[in-house]
Design a protein around this ligand. Structure first.
Ligand SMILES: Nc1nc(O)c(N)c(N[C@@H]2O[C@H](COP(=O)(O)O)[C@@H](O)[C@H]2O)n1
Length: 145
């Protein structure tokens, strides 16, 4: 049976959301959530990156990362999946408890059940790419190996 997640409040799979409070160290900094890391990577070598890292909540970090006041790095579309994978990998290798939850999903399909996101999630009608779910499954596969 497929596993659907979206809100961090839903147990036990809320931890699959990038908004879950599972911070990690990466590239010399502490990132409060994988959302903070992902959104900040849109602005390399720009003070806005540091501001995003320091955002109070992942929701704030997402809002700041989507703010087009500052230019998005030109190669973002080519690298965003790799950045997401790096964030998800670091999150699940840092925290043994959620790593276990991911591993215990076995070979089940994992789907980010976002009604608005057709790239990272499955969208309102289920036709989305579900890239975040795919990345979680790819990380699960590597962890299992
Ligand atoms: N809560 C929530 N609201 C949205 O509007 C969303 N698009 C998502 N999906 C998550 O958004 C992150 C990436 O967003 P952008 O590529 O910067 O638009 C990622 O964490 C998705 O899982 N969630």
């Amino acid at each position: 049976m497929a596993i659907y997640f979206y809100s961090t409040r839903e147990q036990p799979y809320g931890c699959f959301s990038n908004f879950s409070q599972h911070g990690f160290e990466l590239e010399g900094f502490w990132w409060p959530t994988s959302e903070h890391y992902f959104q900040a990577q849109k602005f390399p070598n720009h003070p806005w990156q540091d501001q995003i890292r320091k955002a109070k909540t992942p929701k704030d970090a997402a809002k700041m990362g989507r703010d087009r006041r500052y230019p998005l790095r030109s190669d973002w579309e080519e690298i965003k999946d790799e950045i997401m994978k790096r964030a998800v990998w670091q999150k699940f290798t840092t925290h043994a408890d959620i790593r276990e939850i991911l591993l215990q999903t076995g070979d089940e399909l994992i789907v980010e059940n976002s009604p608005i996101d057709y790239y990272w999630g499955c969208g309102a009608d289920g036709t989305g790419k579900n890239r975040l779910g795919e990345i979680l499954m790819a990380v699960r596969e590597i962890l299992r190996a």
